[in-house]
Ligand binder design. Structure first.
Ligand code: GRF
Length: 204
């Protein structure tokens, strides 16, 4: 099987990026992270990439007349690197149909709740404040709608009554770092088959 070339898009801290890098050091994702892209020149994720000799690119969207022009620049880099899979890991800038269509069913995202509950940027806090007893993490394909595409994997995180938001947040991230590499590996091994909203995981 040909190894996939992976680009990770991240806007901030990049702990999920780190989990993916570590997974590929200790084991095998079935692909290689060859590019880390950010819309934020200061993103710590870019430093993580450089530390691991991964190409780190950032483009400031404010220098473009519109999002399409910005994404055309991104597409040039993605084509240069012959990217097969885009992984969103805390990428806080909405993709337009330009990239979504160019990489149809080849973009994954991780969301820190059990979708379709608590979509949006503050999922962890929203779930905690709502008082749910179970929340969790979702890895899904990306489509044109926010936090909406077919679900690949979910894992629960239980909230007990003496949990603080900080403790709950830590637990969510721990679970993210565990399941994102697993989902990426399944993609890289061509084991994910999309049937409408459902994602089938093919056997060995
Ligand atoms: C994660 O909680 C992820 O679910 C959300 O953004 C956060 C990114 O964290 N989409 P990090 O930058 O990977 O540490």
């Amino acid at each position: 099987m040909v190894r996939k070339k992976i680009a990770v898009f991240a806007s901030g801290f990049g702990s999920n990026l780190q989990a993916l890098i570590d997974f590929n050091t200790d084991g095998d994702l079935g692909g290689d992270i060859v590019l880390v892209f950010s819309n934020d020149l200061e993103a710590f994720a870019l430093k993580r990439a450089k530390k691991h000799s991964i190409r780190a690119e950032s483009i400031d969207p404010s220098g473009f007349a519109n999002r399409q022009d910005f994404e055309l620049e991104m597409l040039k880099i993605l084509k240069e690197e012959k990217i097969d899979l885009i992984i969103l890991a805390g990428y806080m800038f909405l993709l337009t149909p330009l990239i979504i269509d160019a990489y149809k069913n080849k973009i994954l995202n991780i969301h820190p709740t059990l979708l379709p509950s608590f979509k949006g940027t503050h999922g962890i806090k929203d779930a905690f404040k709502f008082g749910v007893k179970v929340s969790g993490v979702t890895v899904h394909f990306v489509d044109a709608e926010l936090d909406n595409g077919p679900i690949i994997m979910q894992a629960p995180v239980f909230i007990s009554q003496d949990d603080t938001l900080e403790k709950f947040e830590k637990e969510i991230h721990k679970v993210e770092h565990k399941i994102y590499p697993q989902a990426v590996k399944l993609f890289c091994e061509d084991k994910l088959k999309i049937n409408g909203r459902k994602v089938e995981i093919l056997p060995e």
